[in-house]
Design a protein around this ligand. Structure first.
Ligand code: SF4
Length: 57
C-alpha cells in the first residue's frame, strides 16, 4: 500500500474503523466515494459480500 490511513492498524493488518480488511474505498471507509476502486478491489469486495451471505450475516 502506498497510503497511510489513521484507521489502519499495522499490527493487526486491518482497518480499525471497520474491524475488517482494509480495502480503500469500501463502504464505510473514509475514502468511500473519494477514490475509484480498481477492478481487483471491487472483486475483493464482491467476494467479501458473498462470504458474508454464506455465513448468514
Ligand atoms: S478501509 Fe478505509 S478507513 Fe479503513 S484503514 Fe483502509 S483506508 Fe482507512
Amino acid at each position: 500500500m502506498t497510503f497511510s490511513c489513521r484507521n489502519y492498524d499495522f499490527n493487526l493488518n486491518n482497518c480499525q474503523k471497520l474491524k475488517s480488511d482494509c480495502i480503500p474505498g469500501r463502504p464505510g471507509c473514509v475514502l468511500e466515494g473519494k477514490v475509484r476502486l480498481s477492478e481487483e478491489l471491487e472483486k475483493r469486495l464482491a467476494e467479501l459480500a458473498a462470504n458474508r451471505k454464506k455465513k448468514g450475516g
